[in-house]
Design a protein around this ligand. Sequence first.
Ligand code: UDP
Length: 235
Amino acid sequence: MQYKRILLKLSGEALMGEKQYGIDSKRLAEYAEEIKEVAEKGIEVAIVIGGGNIFRGLTGAATGMDRVQGDHMGMLATVINSLALQSALETIGVQTRVQSAIQINEVAEPFIRRRAMRHLEKGRVVIFGGGTGNPYFTTDSAAVLRAIEIEADVILKGTRVDGIYTSDPEKDKNATKFDSISFADVLLKGLKVMDTTAFTLSQENELPIVVFDMNKKGNLKKLVEGENIGTVVNL
Ligand code: UDP
């Protein structure tokens, strides 16, 4: 196995599947199967999910809402997604725990690093909800932060494109994909992998990022087995 402990970052929008809003149960079930496959291989799996399929603080601010209030709503949206994924995983027999960065004790455990690591060692999938618990951050930042804290080997960013390209492959036919690229080159070439805060945190802590297509069946398993898919960002 290429990795022992991974942090998987999924965007909230990915959970929409074909829908325009909310959670697509078919997509959720597919993701759960992918995650089960790697967990069964003995890989320790932690997950951070975004909330963009339900609410984004910036969208709220654009319509006149207080930004912090909007961000609180966004963080709650990530808790909703975390619970949905927990449910999908438990339906197929995967043991999970949700830990939230904002206190919501009747619904999820609080984030406690040592406890999270213990769950992982016992083979439970740990889903971190509530982002970082602070407004003005993103779930990409939360993913990097948690990955560093739990000493994950890598952050796997599941997207709908299969890696990092020289330009946007959905717009430019001549775009070519990188198999690997350094943090410095991503910055130099002005490529978009994560928001700057998240990206810098990853770079400073030498945490590699793999960008890959999570919607292609079997990709997550291939990745942890060491197959060369997606794009790796490292030093
Ligand atoms: N959010 C926040 N602090 C965090 C993480 C998230 O305030 O640490 C809020 C923010 O409003 C954000 C929303 O939660 O817009 C949803 O997260 P994100 O946009 O990262 O989700 P994704 O794009 O991955 O679906």
